[in-house]
Design a protein around this ligand. Structure first.
Ligand SMILES: [Zn+2]
Length: 331
């Protein structure tokens, strides 16, 4: 009896998680390679997209590569895996272009490639972007993910730490506006320890100074490294303020903002976030933020189901797919 009751309760629990809706996705944040510039390959990504109901995907490389330092006893597998530093790696863009162009034309059209292989503190970074636009005419549809304030990753990367309002970025935002390219920027709202929006002014200045540039804020300014150390009580207020003030701001809701902010520990969506998304239904998008390993794509996107199910259907569809596609250059 107790066992039978358990089975009934279990099946009720499963039923309550099952969505009556099926969503089609456009993945707004996806990396073809990991921090060692390795990938399962583009065929594996296409297969994962088919299984996950992802009709199309942003695709960028990773702008940095982890050094296998001679002092380290093992080959690293992640950027935080050991003490070795990372350096800027421009070839990543060519790897993305070669991978997409190896596909049949119909499959190629499912990808929206972004240029990322530059050091965003180099006043010459714009030269790399122009070179990519020239080498692959009509191919690139955005810029990023640009790493600016990124906690441990910033600390481990050789050279000057990036800022969303760095002088080198000004030229890039201007070029992006000229080519109608959205820019995905990773800009932590604060450091891992400070209980205030330490770095927000840098990001806000970029929004204010480049009103014609569509800027996508990766993870709404959060990061996994911050999450491990603190929960930010000011995040929603600041985000709401920025959305009201800067119509060029768009927000990627990938993993570190989904939990613990949008969904609580029981996986229930926060009323505040539901209201925020309903108030700005064309400004939010979903991303998987996978790095080179695409097997978890379906499971990663299904994490958003409780959020999508709690929104009106039309708003949910915009969030899952339409908002990201609407940002891409009109061709
Ligand atoms: Zn990313």
């Amino acid at each position: 009896m107790i066992k039978a009751l358990g089975v009934i309760l279990l099946s009720l629990a499963v039923a309550s998680h099952a969505s009556a809706r099926t969503y089609s996705y456009a993945d707004a944040h996806q990396h073809y390679v990991d921090f060692l510039q390795q990938s399962q390959g583009i065929e594996a990504l296409v297969q994962a997209m088919d299984e996950a109901g992802v009709s199309s995907s942003m695709l960028s490389g990773l702008s940095v590569v982890k050094k296998w330092d001679a002092n380290e006893p093992k080959r690293p597998i992640y950027y935080m895996g050991d003490d070795a530093a990372l350096y800027w790696y421009s070839l990543t863009d060519v790897m993305v272009a070669r991978a997409i162009q190896s596909l049949p034309p119909l499959q190629q059209r499912r990808f929206h490639p972004f240029i990322t292989g530059f050091n965003a503190t180099d006043l010459n970074a714009i030269d790399h972007i122009r070179r990519m636009l020239e080498w692959y005419p009509g191919f690139w549809q955005g810029i990023g993910e640009v790493f600016t304030r990124h906690d441990d990753l910033t600390a481990l990367t050789y050279g000057e730490p990036g800022r969303a309002n760095h002088q080198a970025m000004d030229a890039i935002y201007a070029l992006a506006a000229e080519y109608d390219l959205p820019v995905l920027v990773h800009a932590n709202i604060t450091s891992t320890r400070m209980p205030e929006p330490l770095y927000l002014a840098e990001f806000e200045q970029a929004l204010a100074m480049h009103p014609r540039t569509k800027i996508i804020w990766a993870h709404a300014g959060t990061s996994g490294a911050i999450n491990r150390r603190q929960v930010l009580p000011f995040l929603e207020n600041e985000l709401e303020r920025l959305l009201g003030r800067y119509p060029n701001l768009y927000v990627d809701l990938s993993w570190s903002v989904l939990r613990p902010y949008i969904l609580d520990q029981q996986g229930r969506p926060s009323p505040r976030w539901l209201q925020l998304i309903k108030s700005y239904p064309d400004r939010f998008m979903l991303g998987s933020d996978l790095v080179g390993t695409f097997t978890p794509l379906k499971a990663t996107l299904e994490e958003f189901t409780p959020l999508l199910d709690a929104l009106p259907l039309q708003v949910a569809q915009r969030l899952a797919k339409d908002n990201f596609l609407a940002l891409l250059p009109k061709r």
